[in-house]
Design a protein around this ligand. Structure first.
Ligand SMILES: NC(=O)c1ccc[n+]([C@@H]2O[C@H](COP(=O)([O-])OP(=O)(O)OC[C@H]3O[C@@H](n4cnc5c(N)ncnc54)[C@H](OP(=O)(O)O)[C@@H]3O)[C@@H](O)[C@H]2O)c1
Length: 183
């Protein structure tokens, strides 16, 4: 995880490209007992602002941790279970199928987002052009981790620093954008 911050414009890409969106602690924890280990309303707002009007692709466990389709977005849930159905979401059975659904949806443009969890991130890192990472500047206990990736393949193009009160303590977090280096 990069500790350095720099600023640059975030451009809208056409045609639809796939980005990872994740919040992770400084020890790479992203989840605990199928839930987020923290309560950070500012990060939920950030998530909403980025994803509204776009496609969101998630693993079945992440879908169940959220508990319902998120309004205003094309919800795509990936599972190997052939009889799994969700009212208000499209259920698919592979990463390729999820990406195709996102690309074929006429109302969606710009970016589609992989929103987790760890299994999905691991399988989609290689096809993403960008990662939106909320870098939480503290370690958390957890059982699910964001996968290691080669930082040399990515360049930090934006970083906004914030902090909020969390359980009575100050918690710093950075909204970071990493873009895949060309070539
Ligand atoms: N901090 C964050 O930003 C963030 C974001 C999202 C999630 N999370 C956390 O991450 C945890 C969940 O992550 P996870 O890794 O355990 O689960 P997950 O990635 O959300 O879901 C895994 C499930 O997705 C399905 N799946 C995965 N790959 C597939 C493929 N190639 N083809 C078909 N189906 C596939 C399988 O469902 P079936 O078992 O039904 O076949 C698999 O069990 C939770 O703690 C959650 O709170 C954190």
């Amino acid at each position: 995880m990069s500790a350095k911050c720099s600023s640059a414009a975030v451009a809208t890409m056409q045609p639809l490209r796939i980005a990872i969106l994740v919040a992770m602690a400084s020890n790479r924890v992203i989840g605990q007992k199928n839930a987020l280990p923290w309560h950070l309303p500012a990060d939920l707002k950030h998530f909403k602002a980025l994803t509204m009007g776009h496609g969101i692709i998630m693993g079945r466990k992440t879908y169940e941790s959220i508990g319902k389709p998120l309004p205003g977005r094309l919800n795509i849930v990936i599972t190997r279970q052939k009889d799994y159905h969700v009212n208000g979401a499209i259920v698919v059975h592979s990463i390729d199928e999820a990406v195709q659904v996102c690309r074929n949806e006429k109302k969606i443009s710009g970016e589609g987002f992989i929103i987790g969890g760890a299994e999905l991130y691991q399988q989609t890192l290689s096809l993403c052009h960008r990662m939106y990472i909320t870098e939480i500047q503290r370690c958390f206990d957890g059982d699910t981790y964001f996968p290691e990736f080669d930082e040399q393949e990515w360049v930090e193009t934006a970083c906004e620093k914030h902090s909020s009160t969390h359980n009575g303590n100050e918690l710093a977090y950075h909204f970071v954008v990493l873009d895949r280096k060309a070539g």
